[in-house]
Design a protein around this ligand. Structure first.
Ligand code: HEM
Length: 328
C-alpha cells in the first residue's frame, strides 16, 4: 500500500502534463539562484564538508569563531523555519484530511497519524528535523543522478536508443505503472552504471566499535574510517571498463562474478540509505516519462567532464547541458 502510494505520488509529480517543468528543473537546477531553501541546503553541504576535511573545525569553540558557524546558523534557520511553517499548516487541516480516508497521504500526514495514536512518537521540533533530513537526503540526490543520466544518454545515443526501445516495448506511450518497474531491466542497468560512475556520496565514514586488523593495518577502536566509494567504483580489478559508461557491467553474469560490496552507491548495512527503493522508483519514473516524449542530445565526452566532490559528487562546472527534441 505504501509502495503504491509512493508510486502514485511520484507519477503525479512527473506526469506528462508536468514534463516540461521537470525538464526545466533537471536542466536548470544548478543555475537556480532564486531558491532560498536550495541555496541554504548547499550552504549546509559546505559546512558539513568543511568540518569533515578541516579537523580543527571539529573543536566546537573554534568552529563557532569561523564563517562556517554563521553559514550553518543561517542555513538552519531558513530550512527549519520552512518546515515549521509546513508542519503548522498541515496540522491545521490534519484531522479533516484523516477523515477523508484518502489512500494518498504524505509522509508528514502519516507521521501525524502515528502521533495521534502514540503521542510520544515525536515532538514538532523532532518532526522538523526528520523532514529536513529526508528532504536534504532525497531531493538533491535523485535529481542529480537523473541529471547525470540525461547527459550520459545524450552523449551515448546507442545506449539511449536501447533504453527507449525497451521503454516503448514494455510501457509504450501510456503512463508507467508500478508493475513495469521490475521489467525495465536495461534501464535499471543504465541507472546503476550512472550511480557507479557518480556515487552521490563519494565517501562514507564509520567509527570502529572494536580493534580490528585490515590487511597490515591495525585499526583501533574509536578510530574513524573513511571509505572511498568513488575509488571502489572505478577500480579496474572490479570493473571491466571502470571509466566508461557501460551498463553491461550490470548484466546478471557480471554481477554474480563480483564482490557484493563492489557497488555501494547507497552504502550498506544498518546505516545504509533509507530511501533506496524510493530513489530507484523515482529515477525510473522520471527517466521513462522524459524518454517517452523526448530525444536527448548532449555535447562532449564523458572523459572531458571534470568532477568535483564535496559531500556529493558533481560536474566541476555544475552545468548539465542537454538539448531536447520532441520524439515524433
Ligand atoms: C540516488 C539517490 C540516493 C542515493 C545515491 C543515496 C545514497 C545514500 C548513502 C550513500 C547514504 C549513506 C551515507 C552514509 O553511510 O554515511 C544514504 C543515507 C540516507 N539516505 Fe539516501 N540516497 C539517495 C536517495 C535517498 C532518498 C530518496 C531518501 C529519502 C526518501 C534518502 C534518505 C536517506 C536517509 C534518511 C539516510 C540516512 C540513513 C541513516 O543514517 O540511518 N536517500 N543515502
Amino acid at each position: 500500500m505504501m509502495a503504491q502510494n509512493n508510486f502514485q505520488y511520484v507519477l503525479s509529480y512527473v506526469g506528462t502534463p508536468s514534463i516540461i517543468i521537470i525538464m526545466f528543473l533537471v536542466i536548470l537546477k544548478y543555475y537556480n539562484n532564486n531558491s532560498l531553501y536550495y541555496n541554504n541546503l548547499f550552504r549546509m553541504y559546505t559546512v558539513v564538508h568543511a568540518r569533515m576535511v578541516k579537523v580543527w573545525l571539529q573543536v566546537e569553540w573554534i568552529f563557532k569563531l569561523t564563517k562556517y558557524w554563521k553559514l550553518q546558523e543561517e542555513g538552519k534557520s531558513v530550512i527549519h523555519g520552512f518546515f515549521r511553517n509546513v508542519i503548522a499548516k498541515v496540522k491545521e487541516s490534519h484531522v479533516c484530511l484523516k477523515k477523508t480516508d484518502s489512500s494518498f497521504r504524505t509522509l508528514l500526514e502519516q507521521m501525524l497519524d502515528i502521533r495521534d495514536e502514540l503521542p510520544d512518537f515525536a515532538t514538532d521540533e523532532e518532526l522538523v528535523h526528520h523532514l529536513s533530513t529526508l528532504y536534504s537526503a532525497s531531493e538533491d540526490t535523485v535529481t542529480t543522478i537523473v541529471s547525470f543520466s540525461l547527459v550520459l544518454l545524450g552523449m551515448y545515443p546507442t545506449i539511449q536508443n536501447k533504453v527507449v526501445d525497451e521503454i516503448l516495448n514494455i510501457v509504450g506511450m501510456r503512463d508507467i505503472e508500478e508493475a513495469d518497474l521490475g521489467r525495465l531491466e536495461y534501464l535499471d542497468m543504465v541507472i546503476k552504471d550512472v550511480l557507479r560512475l557518480f556515487p552521490i556520496a563519494p565517501f562514507i565514514a564509520r567509527e570502529a566499535t572494536q580493534d580490528f586488523q585490515l590487511d597490515t593495518w591495525m585499526i583501533p577502536k574509536g578510530c574513524t574510517v573513511i571509505m572511498s566509494i568513488h575509488s571502489i567504483h572505478r577500480d579496474n580489478k572490479l570493473w571491466e571498463k571502470p571509466n566508461e559508461f557501460y551498463p553491461e557491467h550490470f548484466l546478471p553474469g557480471a554481477v554474480r562474478g563480483r564482490h557484493p560490496y563492489a557497488f555501494l552507491p547507497f552504502s550498506a548495512g544498518p546505516r545504509g540509505c533509507l530511501g533506496k527503493p524510493y530513489a530507484y522508483m523515482a529515477m525510473k519514473i522520471m527517466l521513462v516519462t522524459i524518454l517517452q516524449h523526448y530525444i536527448i542530445e548532449a555535447d562532449g565526452k564523458l572523459e572531458d567532464k571534470k568532477l568535483k566532490t564535496d559531500i556529493s559528487v558533481r560536474f566541476k562546472d555544475e552545468i548539465y547541458p542537454i538539448r531536447i527534441k520532441k520524439r515524433l
